[in-house]
Ligand binder design. Structure first.
Ligand code: ASP
Length: 336
């Protein structure tokens, strides 16, 4: 019998703890539904937040939600919104660099600890696509909405239309148009596409990912960030993973799902991230020296890991009341 089913069927007359091996659940006597599902409770670190790149404000915002007793889902949404609203960040939300036709199109997804997922792809004119993705998850029978349909849905949910192309991004695009050479921007050095994972005080895990995708991409192009298992995956019994970098390469190896499955098989978050990067780099004819991919991961105990192809990838981590930027190791370091 599945553990979850076992817990739901357990006959409990008062609010209390049910223990099955190392699994502990707090059961509400009226609904008979578990409210908390954690493993290794004693060893686990919570609350905890990690996010791709140097994103201290996003991480501290998420941490505040968690410290106040909020859910991991609320935390990752609040954290991602910080980057979406930051006009200076040119690869997420307002201020994102446009596609080759000059349109800023955003992708985002969110996943909760119940294994539910929502995503929006190629959305124009709406800044907080992470919140639209959550509405898709919670208010529709679907998991993904794209383009015009996603925008119409957002407007129906009360989101406001706004111009996402800032003067700075417009200028950069106009400069690019003078040569209009299409070369994926590899984001080796710095970046702000944000993939975020959080564990709340109850031990539940959620994740979110939001981006404007590759600069000057073909119109309609979508990368890994809003795709379940690509840019993000969460399994509340195992952990979560998120990706940044050249989405095409992440998608071809279903990177975040791969990392979570490797953790399920017993690898640490660090080992799992390293294996996922190796899968990309070791492909025959891989052009990995010319693009970046970075992964972050967390397991149920709150152990974290990160790994990239190139130098300069980092992640922010809030753990034990400390929010710090941690430099990631990278495979070219070992191949050099
Ligand atoms: N992964 C994103 C994409 O391919 C971009 C990035 O993280 O740099 O759309």
């Amino acid at each position: 019998m599945k553990r979850r089913k076992f817990l739901q069927k357990a006959s409990i007359s008062t609010l209390g703890l049910v223990t099955t091996g190392n699994l502990v659940a707090c059961v509400n006597p009226t609904s008979q539904k578990e409210e908390v599902l954690t493993t290794d409770t004693e060893a686990s670190v919570k609350p905890l937040v990690i996010a791709t790149w140097n994103t201290p404000l996003a991480v501290s915002t998420a941490a505040e939600v968690l410290e106040a007793g909020g859910s991991a889902l609320d935390a990752v949404e609040a954290g991602c919104k910080i980057e979406e609203a930051n006009e200076k960040g040119q690869s997420v939300g307002i201020g994102g660099l446009p596609d080759r036709d000059g349109n800023v199109t955003l992708d985002a997804c969110i996943m909760n600890s119940e294994g539910d997922y929502g995503a929006v792809l190629c959305v124009k004119n709406i800044k907080h696509v992470i919140s639209v993705a959550r509405k898709v998850m919670e208010n529709t029978p679907h998991v993904m909405l794209v383009g015009e349909g996603a925008e119409q849905f957002a407007l129906s949910q009360g989101f406001q239309k706004e111009n996402l192309l800032t003067e700075a991004s417009k200028k950069a695009w106009e400069k690019w148009r003078q040569t209009a050479k299409y070369k994926p921007i590899i984001n080796i050095e710095n970046h702000d596409t944000i993939g975020m994972l959080a564990i709340d005080k109850k031990g539940n895990i959620s994740g979110a990912c939001t981006t404007s995708g590759l600069a000057y991409k073909m119109a309609g192009r979508v990368g890994d960030s809003p795709i379940i298992g690509g840019g993000l995956f969460v399994d509340n019994e195992v952990g979560g993973a998120a990706a940044t970098g050249l989405g095409e390469e992440v998608l071809k190896t279903v990177g975040s799902f791969l990392i979570v499955e490797l953790m399920r098989q017993g690898k640490s978050p660090q080992e799992a991230c390293e294996e996922a990067i190796a899968r990309i780099v070791n492909k025959p004819n891989s052009d990995f020296k010319n693009f970046q991919v970075g992964y972050i991961a967390v397991n149920k105990k709150g152990e974290t890991g990160a790994y990239a192809i190139h130098e300069w990838f980092s992640y922010n981590r809030y753990k034990n009341n400390e929010n710090k930027n941690i430099k990631s190791d990278f495979i070219l370091n070992r191949k050099a």
